[in-house]
Design a binder for this molecule. Structure first.
Ligand code: NAD
Length: 532
């Protein structure tokens, strides 16, 4: 399995198997069979058949399934933590707080608020005063979810919960890098469905590489969530465009965290530590660029440098550690290349700076680089590893310009004790999410807030009202206000109709009383022209 330079090749020669391993110990975990196009189509067909009945269920039944999921997650929490730790090399603390807890919160929120946002919503009928208008939220049908490797449990349940609540079935294609744990995670959802007398076929798992993802898009799904890299997001969107599938794209990030000269430095430093080193930095909303005001730069650098040097790294299965392994050797290579390039161009290493414990697994030391400049590759490309970049800025204008200067725009954060100033800076940041005096990833725990990006970070939303409705056909319905039935005759066009319509339009949209009064007079005059 391991090659000479310790890069693990998970793809079996025939492409039909995934060879799973633990990245913190390189211990083989087993193999997972790859699903070809036929198996993917069969999974979609099973999901579709089950969805017909599920779409008819009331919200109470759907809530009961979600409540069971909470029970099962709590009951099997320690076992799930162990599985996720082995598959992803992450700390036990992250498996609990970064994976299971956000899902529990999403379940709690969906149980509490799901019906409110999914039941028909009356809206104004505007000028159609004789009608009633409402929005209805119908399930799309079968949702496909193609997801990455950084959160093996959370990435599966994150789209699954709203998809089911909105009355859909879902077919999930996890990353090949965490294929081993996926079946057990999916089992949690399936067992909750069975316990409530619903069909487990509503949730399908298909395994494989990019080809399996493509087969899913081409297999006849009705909606798609893709969470992953920009390059694959573009490939996925091309395929989804051919099949005309509504798509939510959650792509990469390069989140800025701005530390103003009046920030509470310790607060900002600990937020930056969390934002950079939680899950070994393998977070789409990691704080990839720390922009620090000149006046406090040296003090801040000393603070975070010391904190980072104090982090304990190792195999999380052997004892309590702060930072675990990287999930894939490919990402480790990217991190190493970007760090080496930055150092060659003048960045100063305050902590870490290289791969470590290579004989055991895929580890990169928690790293802090100072004096990083916006021109360096590492300030533009996603690092997705345990690396904190410190960039000196003169003032808030420069901070905002640098913050907005990448192709990405996912999360962001600003630290200042002057709240008006913090809000002013926050409002100027190009991002899908901004946290004030906290790191951007924390927004996820406020499930009323939407989650998603702009620019190269993608489009469409997860979480909150809009996230739930991403899984719906938002249907516009115009209904009778009164039980009156008379024909609204458009034809034939009669002499004078045009002038009457002109008068009506001027009456409604005219500026001020004068224009409207003259519109009424025109209406009363009712000029006649002959019908040809
Ligand atoms: P990736 O793009 O390599 O893979 C994501 C998924 O797409 C995997 O399941 C993979 O098998 C599949 N895939 C690959 N090629 C495909 C193709 N041609 N057609 C269909 N499916 C294909 O991403 P990754 O390396 O697994 O994850 C890391 C990336 O995910 C980072 O860029 C990170 O920022 C991003 N991410 C974003 C969010 C978010 O919410 N915005 C969350 C987590 C991760």
């Amino acid at each position: 399995m391991s090659t000479a330079d310790n890069v693990v090749d998970i793809r079996a020669a025939d492409g039909r198997t995934i060879r799973c391993f633990d990245p913190a110990g390189r211990e083989p975990l087993g193999t997972v069979a790859v699903d070809g196009p036929e198996a993917v189509r069969a999974a979609i067909a099973r999901a579709r058949a089950a969805q017909i009945g599920w779409a008819e269920t009331d919200f109470a039944k759907r809530r009961a399934v979600l409540r069971r999921m909470i029970d099962h997650l709590l009951q099997h929490g320690p076992e799930l933590v162990d599985i996720v730790v082995r598959d992803a090399g992450k700390t036990r603390e992250n498996a609990l707080v970064g994976e299971i807890w956000p899902v529990l919160e999403k379940l709690r929120w969906t149980i509490a608020k799901g019906e409110k946002w999914l039941r028909p919503e009356p809206v104004s009928s505007g000028v159609l005063v004789h009608k009633r208008a409402r929005l209805e939220f119908h399930p799309l049908g079968v949702i496909g979810a193609i997801i990455p490797w950084n959160y093996p449990l959370q990435n599966i349940l994150n789209p699954l919960v709203p998809a089911l609540m909105a009355g859909n079935a879902i077919v999930i294609k996890p990353s090949e890098w965490v294929a081993w744990s996926a079946a057990r995670v999916v089992e949690i959802a399936k067992s909750a469905l069975v316990a409530e007398g619903q069909s487990p076929e509503l949730v399908q798992l298909v395994q494989g590489y990019g080809e399996t993802g493509q087969a899913l898009i081409e297999g006849g799904i009705d909606g798609l969530v893709f969470i992953g890299s920009v390059a694959n997001g573009q490939r996925v969107l091309t395929a989804a465009a051919r099949a005309l599938i509504p798509t939510v794209l959650e792509l990469g990030g390069k989140d800025p965290l701005i530390v103003c000269d009046d920030a509470h430095l310790e607060q900002a430093a600990h937020a930056a530590m969390a934002g950079c080193f939680i899950n070994a930095g393998q977070n789409c909303v990691a704080c990839e660029r720390i922009l620090v005001f000149d006046q406090v730069y040296d003090q801040f650098a000393e603070l975070v440098g010391g904190l980072a040097r104090g982090l304990v790294q190792g195999d999380p299965k052997q004892g309590v550690v702060d930072v675990g392994a990287m999930v894939t050797p490919l990402q480790l290579g990217i991190v190493e290349r970007l760090v080496q390039d930055a150092v060659a161009k003048g960045a100063r290493v305050l902590a870490g700076g290289s791969r470590v414990m290579s004989e055991h697994g895929d580890f990169f030391a928690p790293t802090v680089l100072a004096d990083v400049t916006p021109e360096m590759d590492i300030m533009r490309q996603e690092t997705f590893g345990p690396v904190m970049l410190l960039c000196r800025v003169r003032d808030e204008h420069e901070a905002v310009a640098i913050a907005n200067g990448t192709e990405f725009a996912l999360g962001s954060a600003v630290f200042s004790k002057d709240h008006a100033r913090a809000r002013r800076i926050a409002s100027r940041l190009h991002a899908g999410m901004t946290a004030i005096n906290d790191f951007g990833g924390v927004t996820y725990m406020a499930q009323d807030l939407t989650f998603g990006g702009v620019k190269a970070s993608g489009f469409g939303r997860m979480n909150g009202r809009d996230g739930l409705r991403s899984f719906c056909n938002v249907k516009a319905v115009l209904d009778d206000r009164l039980p009156l039935h008379f024909p609204s005759k458009v034809f034939p066009n009669k002499p004078g109709d045009f002038d009457r319509m002109l008068g009506v339009v001027r009456l409604i949209y005219g500026r001020g009383i004068k224009q409207r009064v003259s519109a009424v007079l025109e209406l009363l005059r009712g000029r006649k022209e002959p019908r040809s």
